[in-house]
Write a protein that binds this ligand. Structure first.
Ligand code: PMT
Length: 421
């Protein structure tokens, strides 16, 4: 028994030379105990006969959007609701373009649009088509959709004689990726359920991203923070039932749903925005990598290259976290510590010095393979230090995982500590 066993799967087949491999894909899915219905686009009918899929799936193959016979039985909406997962293999550039735009001009694209099931796309096309700007834009769009996944394409020799990316992924790998996708989705549901209601009715204020300190109209000082950690924490807090305000420095991330989001530039602006939104805040989480210093006198004109060297005078920025935790009626305050060495020592020092309830420490920097740690990466690990109600310091390690998972674990810990205060 595998994760695919007993699952209702729609296998979409588009018109490409790799369509013959879809028969083997279907066979593997059926072998694992899946119930499969096949939808072929009209172009796919030119490459392989529907009878092959009918024989292997034991179900009639559908290709018409308005099929009198099928609409009387399992119409396209029924089909969309029936599916636990949709796999499109091969997925042509044309179908990918339609799906990325939300078009519904044939049975396959209509079912995809009408279904809440996760979608696995196995692209197959000529190398140049795959690399084309338009196709890459369409692919990028999928990356923002939580239930759309890609399997491949693989590299190698192509039917047209080219060599490069665009071959359909091996069918055994597509099956493995489908199983992994279903497992990840199940895991996510479990994680979300564990968070549900933990912060019901609480108001959270979270800072995220870097700040930018201008030098002149074209130059500035900043750091590598991408905002991923802070945005993930905001999302997790919403999942836990909290009302969330997010104040972020300049980042290239889309605003999480159901979060009141404010974008700022400098540390001074972030400080002001935070203090304007502190009213009735129960928990404050400072994930932002705020610049400790700013340029004393920002030049109004671009600095000219007339001197061999010169000195920039920097002055200290206010410490947003320390200022929040110094308030008489301070919220539950959670700081972060980004350290390249002496993680525990520095984190404990910040916990005490800034009078925090909790601190999440992460090792940052660039490792020997040139990979960034903490900053920019999609994964991270945290060491939590917090004060118990008796003022003891306790430690908990959250091992390496995706920033989204880590954020959920952190929110669980924060909720537990906050509720025990
Ligand atoms: O954004 P990502 O790319 O996902 O990266 C995540 C992260 C590495 C930025 C994040 O996990 C993290 O460690 N954030 C804190 C970064 C930092 O500036 O740490 P610090 O040790 O310098 O500051 C200690 C704490 O004081 C932090 O909570 C910081 O937000 C806060 N602070 C610092 C200076 C200042 N002027 N105001 C502040 O509020």
């Amino acid at each position: 028994m595998t994760v695919v066993t007993d699952k209702n799967i729609i296998l979409g087949v588009c018109g490409g030379i790799a369509a013959y491999k879809s028969a083997e894909l279907l066979r593997l899915l059926v072998k694992q105990g899946a119930k499969v219905q096949v939808i072929m686009t009209s172009a796919a009918l030119d490459f392989i006969a529907p009878m092959t899929f009918q024989a292997l799936s034991g179900n009639p193959v559908r290709s018409e959007l308005f099929d009198q016979h099928a609409e009387a039985g399992m119409g396209h909406i029924e089909l969309a609701r029936w599916a636990d997962m949709i796999v499109i293999a091969p997925a042509t550039a044309n179908t990918i373009a339609k799906l990325s735009q939300g078009m519904a001009d044939n049975l396959l694209t209509t079912v995809c649009l009408a279904s809440a099931a996760p979608l696995m796309i196995a692209p197959a096309m000529n190398r140049q088509m795959w690399l084309s700007e338009a196709n890459q834009e369409n692919i990028q769009r999928f990356k923002t959709r939580p239930l759309v996944f890609l399997s491949g394409p693989a590299q190698g020799e192509q039917a047209c004689g080219d060599n490069g990316p665009g071959r359909m992924e091996e069918v055994s790998t597509i099956v493995q990726n489908c199983a992994q996708m279903l497992q990840d989705i199940q895991q996510l549901q479990v994680e979300k359920q564990a968070l549900s209601g933990l912060l019901d009715g609480q108001r959270l204020l979270i800072t995220a991203g870097p700040t930018i300190e201008d030098i002149d109209p074209v130059r500035y000082i900043t750091n590598r923070s991408s905002g991923k950690m802070g945005f993930a924490i905001a999302e997790a807090a919403v999942e836990a039932g909290a009302e969330v305000v997010l104040v972020s420095g300049p980042v290239a991330l889309t605003e999480p749903e159901r979060v009141e989001c404010y974008r700022v530039h400098s540390a001074l602006q972030m400080h002001k925005k935070v203090f304007n939104h502190l009213d009735k805040v129960d928990i404050f989480i400072a994930t932002a990598a705020v610049a400790d210093y700013r340029v004393q006198d920002i030049e109004t004109q671009k600095i000219k290259k007339t001197r061999d060297n010169f000195t920039l005078q920097l002055i200290k920025n206010p410490d947003i976290l320390a200022d929040v935790s110094a308030l008489a009626d301070k919220p539950f305050t959670v700081g972060f510590a980004a350290e390249t060495s002496e993680l525990e020592k520095c984190a404990l020092d910040k916990l005490q010095r800034k009078n925090l309830d909790m601190i999440a420490a992460n090792k940052v920097g660039i490792d020997t393979d040139g990979q960034t740690k903490g900053f920019e990466a999609d994964i991270n690990e945290l060491s939590l230090f917090f004060k118990t109600p008796e003022d003891f310091i306790k430690q908990k390690a959250l091992p390496e995982m995706s920033k989204r998972q880590l954020a959920r674990e952190l929110i669980k810990e924060i909720a537990q500590q906050y509720n025990s205060k």
